[in-house]
Design a protein around this ligand. Structure first.
Ligand code: MG
Length: 373
C-alpha cells in the first residue's frame, strides 16, 4: 500500500438543478433541488466527492444548502486537513463530538471521505462495508405532479418501462382528496402494482385516523409519516387502529430517535436517508437497532444526483434485509446530472455502481454549469 491518503483540500459548491416537473409535497412544491457538493483532494491526487440535497431552504429539515455550506467550510473542513481519509469513522466521531447536529453537512463530508477511501483501496464502497447482499434495488417512483391526470399518465409511462411501485405524495390538500386519488390510482393501475403514500407530517390525529380507515380498501403497502415528527404517541395510536403499516421518516434523525420510535411502537417500517441520519456509518447503526426490533427497511431520498444516489445504493446493497426497496429515482427526475455516466435503471430497479469508491465519476464541467453564482 502506498502513502496514506492525507486530506489536502476540502472545497464546497452549491449547485441548483431544476426538476423535470414540480414535486408537490405537504410543505411546498420545489421546482429545483439545491445541492452542496463536497470535493476532498487527498495526497497522491485522489479526489472524492460527497453531496447533500435540499428542497429550496430549510423545508424538509432545518438545514438549507446555505447553512450546510457554511458549516462545512468554517467548522468541519478545517479539522479534516492533514488527516488520513481511510480513518473516516474516528474522524466523523470527532466531528460529531465537536459540532452538534447539522447531519446533512456531516453526511456530505463522510460521503466524500468514503469515496476517497474506496478509490485509494481500489474497491467499491459496498466491498469496504463488508460486501453486498444485492446489486439491484427495487425502485419506487413518486407521483407528485399536483395533477391526478398527469400522475396516471406518468405511472402508465413508467409501467411500460417495467416500474411496479409508486408512492403518492399526500398532505398538500384536503385528506379526502388524497384518499380519492389513491382509490382512483388503484382502479386505473390495477391490483398488481405496489402503492404507497407519504404525508410528510401533513395531518393531525383526527384526519389521519379518518383517512387511514378509508385508505384501507386501496391496499397501500404503507403510509409514511402521517403526523408531525414529534407525535410518536399519535403514530402508535394510529398503528393500533389500522391494518396499514406505518413508516417513520421525519420522526427519525439518529439512534436516539430510533430507540424512541421502537419504545413507543410508533412504526412498522423505517425510511433511511444518509443525510438526515448524519452519514452512512450512523445509518448502519440505526439499521441494526431498528432491524433488531423487527422493523422493516426502506431507503428514502431527497432527490439526489447520481453521486448521492450512488452512496445511498452502496448503503442499500449492504443491508441484510431491505423489504420495501427504495425511492432512489433522483437522476430520473432531475433535468441535469453531474456524473459522466449516470446511475443505471432497468426493469423497475436501480443498479449499484461497480467502480471504486462511490463508483461515480463527477463531471466538473456539469458542476460548473449548475453552480450557483
Ligand atoms: Mg418521506
Amino acid at each position: 500500500m502506498g502513502m496514506e491518503p492525507l486530506i489536502e483540500t476540502v472545497d464546497t459548491f452549491i449547485v441548483d438543478i431544476p426538476l423535470r416537473r414540480p414535486h408537490v409535497m405537504s410543505f411546498g412544491a420545489p421546482d429545483e433541488v439545491n445541492f452542496v457538493l463536497v470535493r476532498v483532494r487527498a495526497r497522491g491526487g485522489i479526489v472524492g466527492w460527497g453531496e447533500a440535497a435540499t428542497f429550496q431552504g430549510p423545508t424538509w429539515s432545518e438545514e438549507s444548502a446555505e447553512t450546510i455550506q457554511v458549516v462545512i467550510d468554517r467548522y468541519l473542513a478545517p479539522l479534516l486537513k492533514g488527516r488520513n481519509a481511510l480513518l473516516y469513522n474516528p474522524l466523523m466521531e470527532e466531528l460529531e463530538h465537536r459540532f452538534r447536529g447539522n447531519h446533512f453537512a456531516k453526511a456530505a463530508v463522510e460521503m466524500a471521505l468514503m469515496d476517497v477511501a474506496g478509490r485509494y483501496l481500489g474497491q467499491p464502497l459496498h466491498v469496504l462495508l463488508g460486501g453486498a447482499f444485492r446489486m439491484k434495488l427495487d425502485l419506487s417512483w413518486s407521483l407528485a405532479s399536483g395533477s391526478v391526470e398527469t400522475d396516471i399518465a406518468e405511472a402508465r409511462d413508467m409501467m411500460a418501462r417495467g416500474h411496479r411501485i409508486f408512492k403518492i405524495k399526500m398532505g398538500a390538500g384536503p385528506a379526502e382528496k388524497d384518499v380519492a386519488k389513491l382509490a382512483l390510482l388503484r382502479r386505473e393501475l390495477g391490483p398488481e402494482v405496489g402503492l404507497r403514500a407519504d404525508v410528510n407530517q401533513g395531518w393531525d390525529r383526527r384526519s389521519a385516523l379518518r383517512a387511514l380507515r378509508e385508505l384501507e380498501e386501496s391496499r397501500p403497502d404503507f403510509l409514511e409519516q402521517p403526523l408531525p415528527k414529534w407525535d410518536l404517541a399519535g403514530l402508535a395510536d394510529l398503528r393500533h387502529k389500522s391494518a396499514i403499516p406505518l413508516m417513520a421518516d421525519e420522526s427519525l434523525s439518529d439512534a436516539h430517535s430510533a430507540l424512541e420510535i421502537v419504545r413507543a411502537g410508533a412504526a412498522d417500517i423505517i425510511s433511511y436517508k444518509l443525510t438526515k441520519l448524519g452519514g452512512l456509518a450512523r445509518s448502519l447503526a440505526v439499521y441494526r437497532l431498528a432491524d433488531g426490533a423487527g422493523l422493516g427497511a426502506y431507503i428514502g431520498c431527497m432527490i439526489e444526483t447520481s453521486l448521492g444516489t450512488a452512496a445511498y445504493l452502496h448503503f442499500g446493497a449492504v443491508l441484510p434485509r431491505l423489504e420495501y426497496g427504495c425511492e432512489l429515482f433522483g437522476p430520473l427526475l432531475l433535468k441535469g446530472d453531474i456524473a459522466t455516466k449516470a446511475v443505471a435503471f432497468a426493469d423497475g430497479q436501480v443498479l449499484v455502481p461497480e467502480g471504486p469508491g462511490l463508483g461515480i465519476e463527477v463531471d466538473e464541467a456539469e458542476v460548473e454549469r449548475y453552480r450557483r453564482r
